[in-house]
Design a protein around this ligand. Structure first.
Ligand code: C2O
Ligand code: CU
Ligand code: CU
Length: 513
C-alpha cells in the first residue's frame, strides 16, 4: 500500500491523522497471530462462581493464570477466581461487603450502575492501600438488572480491570421473577473482553503514548476469561447477560449465521418489551440482556457468537505495517454491516466464510430436544421516564482533545476532589455530551440511571431506549440524556469508560448538594 493511501485510511479511520505515522508504527507489542488457535472451540465455557449472600468478603490477589494458549500471565483474581464472581442479590436486601486489597497497588471497588451513598460508591478518593480493607454497607433499592462491579482507583482502573478484576452484579426483583425468564442453566453470564498477547503468549499491558490517547486494544477476544470455548445448549430459549468488559474496544455482537435474537434489557434493567435484532453494539461498560431461541436448530448443529471490532487502531496498523501478513487476525476482521465510516480496521480483508469469522468467540452446540415451556412475552414491564419538558436545566459537557495530554472533559483532567458540576438533589436535568474529538467515547455517570434522548449522528438502537448508565458518543456527535439526581448528597464521578481515557484523566466529579 502506498503511503498516501495509508494516510487516507487513517483519516477515514478514527480521525487521528494528526498523529505522525512514526508514532503509529509502534502501536502493538504483540505479533503472534492468535486470532483463533488450532484448538479453538475445544474447551467448554466456564462460568464465574456465584455469590448469593448479603455478608461476604471479596479478596483481590495477584496470581498466575492461563488465559489463552498454554502460557500463564500475571493476573489479579478476586476470591481466587477470574473473572470475578457473579454477585446475585434481591431488591430490598442490605449488603455488607468487605473488600480486601491484597494486590500490589491501591484499589477500590465501584458498583457500576448501582445507586449507593457517595462513600459506598468506590470513588477513587476512597482507594485503600495494599493490605487494607474497605467495608461496604449499602441497601439495594433499584430495578432488577445486569449491573457490574470493578476497581476504580485513580490512574489504575485500566490495569486492574485488564488483569482480571470485575464481575457481574445481578439484581432480581419480584416483577422480573413473575416473567419466568430462562434461569439456572438457561441463564448465561458472558463477560467479553479483548486482551493483547505477545509472541510468547503472555498477556501484556504496557501503554505507549498511542494507547494512552486511543485506549488499549487487544489482539484476542476472551469470554469469561477463556479464548474460543464452546457451550452446549438445548434447543430452547436462553437468557444471555452480556457485558462488554473490554478496556477500550467497542464491539458489534451477532451470530455467525446472522440469526436474530431479542434484547430485553440494558444497563438499568428490563425494557418495555422484547426487541428483535440481529446485532448489537456495546461499548466498554455497557450491558445487554438477551433472549436467544435455539429451538430452530437441529440437535448437532453449531452456531457461533461473534464480536467485530468497532474501533481501535492496533490491529489495523499491524496488518498494514507488515504488508497485510496478519490480515487474518481478529482485530483486522471486517464489520459486515454498518458504520463503515467509523473505523478503518476492516479494509484489508473479509471474513473467511460463514461461521468461521475471526470474530467468533463462543460456539453454541445444540444438543438434546427439550420441552420449553417459556414463551416470549409480549410485554416485559411498564417503563416510565420523566418528561424532558420538566427538566430544570440543560448542562453541556464538551469532550475535548488536548494537544499534550489527550482526551479530556471540558478541557480539564481529573482532580480528585474538585467538583466540576454542582447539581441540586432531586433536580431533573438534560446532559448534552458534545464530542469534539475524532474518536468515540462511552460516557458513564455514577449514582444514576438515565434516559438517552437522542444522538445527532443516528437513531437510538433498541437497547439504548431503556434505562442506561453508559452511552456511546460517536466522534463529532452530540448525545443528550435526561436524568434525575436522587442519590444522596456528595461527590460522584462521571467519565469516559474507555479505561485508558479514564486513567489519563477523562473523568470529572459532580457534586449533589
Ligand atoms: Cu464502570 Cu466509574 O465506572
Ligand atoms: Cu460506574
Ligand atoms: Cu474516551
Amino acid at each position: 500500500m502506498k503511503r498516501k493511501e495509508f494516510l487516507k485510511l487513517l483519516s477515514i479511520g478514527t480521525g487521528v491523522a494528526t498523529f505522525s505515522p512514526g508514532l503509529l508504527a509502534c502501536t502493538s507489542d504483540g505479533n503472534t497471530d492468535l486470532a483463533l488457535p488450532d484448538n479453538a472451540f475445544s474447551r467448554s465455557l466456564v462460568f464465574p462462581e456465584e455469590i448469593r449472600a448479603n455478608d461476604f468478603e471479596l479478596a483481590a490477589e495477584t496470581a498466575r493464570h492461563t488465559l489463552a494458549g498454554d502460557t500463564s500471565s500475571d493476573v489479579y483474581t478476586l476470591n481466587g477466581s477470574l473473572p470475578s464472581p457473579t454477585i446475585r442479590v434481591k431488591r430490598g436486601e442490605s449488603l455488607a461487603i468487605d473488600y480486601q486489597n491484597r494486590i500490589d497497588q491501591e484499589s477500590i471497588i465501584h458498583w457500576h450502575g448501582l445507586i449507593v451513598p457517595p462513600d459506598m460508591d468506590g470513588h477513587p478518593k476512597d482507594a485503600v492501600q495494599p493490605g487494607q480493607t474497605y467495608n461496604y454497607r449499602f441497601d439495594i433499592d433499584q430495578r432488577a438488572g445486569t449491573y457490574w462491579y470493578h476497581p476504580h482507583p485513580d490512574k489504575l482502573t485500566g490495569p486492574q480491570v485488564y488483569r482480571g478484576l470485575g464481575g457481574l452484579f445481578i439484581i432480581e426483583d419480584e416483577e422480573e421473577q413473575a416473567l419466568n425468564l430462562p434461569s439456572g442453566d438457561y441463564e448465561l453470564p458472558l463477560i467479553v473482553q479483548d486482551k493483547r498477547f505477545n509472541d510468547s503468549g503472555q498477556m501484556t499491558y504496557n501503554l505507549n503514548r498511542m494507547d494512552r490517547r486511543m485506549g488499549f486494544f487487544g489482539n484476542t477476544i476472551l469470554v469469561n476469561g477463556m479464548q474460543a470455548p464452546y457451550h452446549e445448549v438445548s434447543n430452547r430459549f436462553y437468557r444471555l447477560r452480556l457485558l462488554n468488559g473490554s478496556n477500550a474496544r467497542i464491539l458489534d455482537f451477532s451470530f455467525s449465521d446472522d440469526s436474530s435474537f431479542y434484547v430485553i434489557g440494558s444497563d438499568g434493567g428490563l425494557h418495555d418489551r422484547p426487541y428483535e435484532i440481529s446485532s448489537i453494539t456495546l461499548t466498554p461498560g455497557e450491558r445487554a440482556d438477551l433472549l436467544v431461541d435455539f429451538s430452530g436448530y437441529e440437535a448437532g448443529k453449531k452456531v457461533r457468537m461473534t464480536a467485530e471490532p468497532r474501533n481501535g487502531m492496533g490491529g489495523m496498523m499491524n496488518g498494514m505495517m507488515d504488508g497485510g501478513r496478519n490480515g487474518n487476525r481478529w482485530w483486522n476482521r471486517g464489520r459486515r454491516r454498518n458504520n463503515r465510516d467509523n473505523d478503518g480496521g476492516n479494509m484489508c480483508c473479509g471474513r473467511d466464510g460463514a461461521g468461521n469469522s475471526g470474530g467468533a468467540f463462543l460456539e453454541f452446540r445444540i444438543t438434546n430436544k427439550e420441552e420449553d415451556s417459556f414463551r416470549l412475552p409480549q410485554a416485559l414491564t411498564e417503563l416510565s421516564f420523566p418528561d424532558e419538558a420538566d427538566a430544570d436545566r440543560t448542562r453541556r459537557i464538551d469532550l475535548t482533545m488536548e494537544m499534550m495530554r489527550g482526551p479530556a472533559i471540558d478541557g480539564k483532567f481529573f482532580e480528585m476532589l474538585r467538583a466540576d458540576q454542582t447539581v441540586q438533589q432531586g433536580a431533573l436535568e438534560v446532559w448534552e455530551f458534545n464530542n469534539r474529538t475524532g474518536m468515540p467515547h462511552p460516557m458513564h455517570l455514577h449514582a444514576t440511571q438515565f434516559k438517552v434522548l437522542d444522538r445527532s449522528r443516528g437513531s437510538l438502537a433498541p437497547h439504548e431506549r431503556g434505562w442506561k448508565d453508559t452511552v456511546r458518543v460517536e466522534r463529532r456527535e452530540t448525545v443528550r440524556m435526561l436524568t434525575k439526581f436522587d442519590a444522596e448528597k456528595g461527590l460522584y464521578a462521571f467519565h469516559c469508560h474507555n479505561l485508558e481515557h479514564e486513567d489519563n484523566g477523562m473523568m470529572a466529579n459532580f457534586e449533589i448538594v
